[in-house]
Design a protein around this ligand. Sequence first.
Ligand code: PNS
Length: 167
Amino acid sequence: MKIAVYPGSFDPITFGHLDVVLRATALFDRVVLGVLVNPQKATPAFPTEERVQVIQEAIGGFFPAEVAARIDVELFDGLTVEFCRHRDATFIVRGLRAISDFESELQMAHTNRKLAPEVDTVFFMTALEHSYLSSSLVKEIAAFGGDVSQMVPEAVARRLSERGRGL
Ligand code: PNS
């Protein structure tokens, strides 16, 4: 059984993230979205508990039931590699949107491999149509009352618009 952890802030989850999850489910038997509890991050769109709920809802609405059944969403804090060990995962999944992502991702992959040689990192190139997307841009657009329905799943867009301007 091949298990992969896809760690991130997912604040909020975007279509770019979901595209990476979908492609990871083609390669791995189980994909665990690890949502980092990061109290230092300024102005989260969603508190971490709600984030998990929103992601689960988004996955339920986006993937066929048999695929959704192979995806878990869990909060974690501490090191990603420790979370991988806890979940018996031997792979970390990350998405690469552009060359600008590469440097920090390479550094993270090497660091994680040093910490846990049994865990390898696999990158998916985010689909071209989503490669411009970032959670922070989505937050900014939503904060100014803009339409983010092309960028994030319905579960996210609905909550952001209910909340209105000024997150
Ligand atoms: O979506 P993000 O915010 O780019 O995700 C970053 C994340 C969560 C993958 C990274 O910050 C992380 O792994 N944090 C956990 C702490 C850790 O393991 N640090 C060492 C990795 S180099």
